[in-house]
Write a protein that binds this ligand. Structure first.
Ligand SMILES: CC(C)(COP(=O)(O)OP(=O)(O)OC[C@H]1O[C@@H](n2cnc3c(N)ncnc32)[C@H](O)[C@@H]1OP(=O)(O)O)[C@@H](O)C(=O)NCCC(=O)NCCS
Length: 405
């Protein structure tokens, strides 16, 4: 069977192509406000559709993002709104769309694609590697003390969402600049995705609140959160749901979390999409009480191995030669010298051999080569090569992507 897979040529086609994933959201098409928001961030031609006899049966989109990698930034396709209607599942529609999308990403000059996977078995076959883990917390407010005393820092102020961008965007920018896995948010992104609070997003919970922490007259931290009010026989069982919280210094981060953990009339504090090295784990007097749970984070696909690996820096001198296999994007296959100066093709004898998914796993620093070896995901062809590769790719920070895009 064959499908007509191509980029959408109009807003109407884009809406049709998006309807495939919306089917799984329980609706036949995006709401108008959802469509307006998505269309403002993703031109129609960045959305691929699959048509069968004139009817859309699948869709796959990509945002043009700037992704932070260790020591730099790289143009990256943020893959999203992927779906195939149940009438056409398991007939290769997704495979055909991934083919068209990755070819288009390559043609656009974006060396990397990354995504959040709805299910972890979907994207490995297209060359995506698990690149980060993400954590969530759910703790009782009365067990939320810090191990040491807390010295107040800055001044907290509630800011209406419509006025929040000038306060929150600079903090995000500073944190994003040094955190692999984060991407740059444009004003359009802030306005149409982050600082909006449509009813359908609340899930029956409270309004989206924004607190900004200012120190020396400028914003140093912020949090977006909701209070979900519930009672049991008159006793509050309410929850603070932390949507996003960050500070541009350790003290600012500590202070914004103290604010969130100290909310009166609240029983529990919940939050997700946290990095594995989140400071709360060491700030907390009772870290176990965080009930820190872990799951897969973002998946990374090196679309142009040479350009992607040249966009990041390396933490040690020297280089390593890796023999890469890549079934879905064969242009990446072969030997690459990686290290000081980036990555270039070489005919030198290889030190390591791996699939492109392994490169995705180590790219942001979320996993090490030594970890890959223990999971039989890389072959050491020269003694000592794994240790050298691990040192080269070392990153001080766990990758963090605070938003499912
Ligand atoms: C995930 C989804 C897009 C797959 O589309 P599809 O057209 O059925 O995928 P394909 O037919 O191209 O599948 C290719 C291969 O991947 C496998 N595969 C696809 N989706 C899978 C899944 N969810 N779990 C396990 N394997 C899956 C298929 O079995 C097939 O393997 P095979 O070649 O060995 O037979 C579709 O099931 C869907 O829309 N799911 C609900 C929405 C969703 O999860 N979207 C992804 C958002 S990140």
């Amino acid at each position: 069977m064959s499908w007509d897979v191509r980029p959408c040529a109009s807003a109407k086609e884009q809406r049709e192509a998006m309807s495939a994933i919306w089917h799984y959201f329980g609706r036949s098409a995006p709401r108008d406000d959802q469509m307006t928001s998505l269309a403002s961030l993703m031109p129609a031609e960045r959305m691929h559709g699959a048509w069968d006899g004139g009817r859309v049966v699948g869709g796959a989109g990509a945002f043009a993002l700037q992704l932070t990698v260790p020591g730099g930034r790289v143009r990256t396709a943020g893959v999203s709104v992927v779906g195939v209607l149940p009438t056409h599942r398991r007939r290769g529609v997704l495979t055909a769309m991934m083919r068209a999308q990755l070819d288009a990403v390559r043609a656009q000059g974006e060396p990397v694609a990354y995504l959040w996977a709805s299910e972890d078995r979907i994207y490995g076959r297209f060359g995506y590697g698990l690149a980060s883990l993400t954590g969530e917390i759910d703790l009782a407010r009365d067990r939320a003390g810090f191990y040491a005393g807390f010295e107040p820092f800055g001044r907290a102020r509630l800011v209406p969402l419509v006025e929040a961008e000038p306060f929150v965007a600079p903090v995000w920018d500073r944190v994003a600049a040094e955190t692999p896995g984060m991407f740059g948010r444009t004003p359009a992104w802030w306005q149409s995705r982050t600082l909006v609070d449509p009813d359908w997003r609340r899930g029956g919970g409270g309004e989206l609140q924004c607190v900004v922490l200012e120190a020396d007259g400028s914003p140093a931290a912020y949090a977006l959160y909701r209070i979900n009010l519930t009672f049991d026989r008159g006793v509050s069982t309410s929850t603070v749901v932390v949507v996003e919280a960050m500070g541009d210094s350790p003290r600012a981060t500590q202070a914004v979390w103290r604010y969130l953990l100290d909310m009166d009339w609240v029983a529990r504090v919940r939050g997700g999409l946290l990095p594995l090295d989140h400071p709360l784990l060491l700030l907390a007097a009772e870290p176990r009480q965080l009930r820190f749970g872990v799951r897969d984070g973002v998946w990374v696909r090196l679309v142009d191995v040479g350009a992607a690996l040249s966009a990041r820096t390396y933490a040690a001198a020297g280089s390593i030669v890796v023999d890469v296999t890549d079934g879905f994007c064969p242009w990446n296959a072969g030997r690459w010298r990686i290290g000081e100066g980036g990555a270039e093709r070489t005919s030198a004898g290889p030190d390591l051999r791996c699939d492109v998914t392994a490169l995705g796993a180590v790219y942001l620093g979320g996993f090490t080569w030594a970890q890959l070896a223990r999971a039989l995901r890389v072959e050491e062809l020269r003694p000592g090569a794994l240790a050298r590769a691990t040192a080269l790719f070392r990153s001080d920070r766990a990758p963090w992507c605070p938003e499912i895009f």
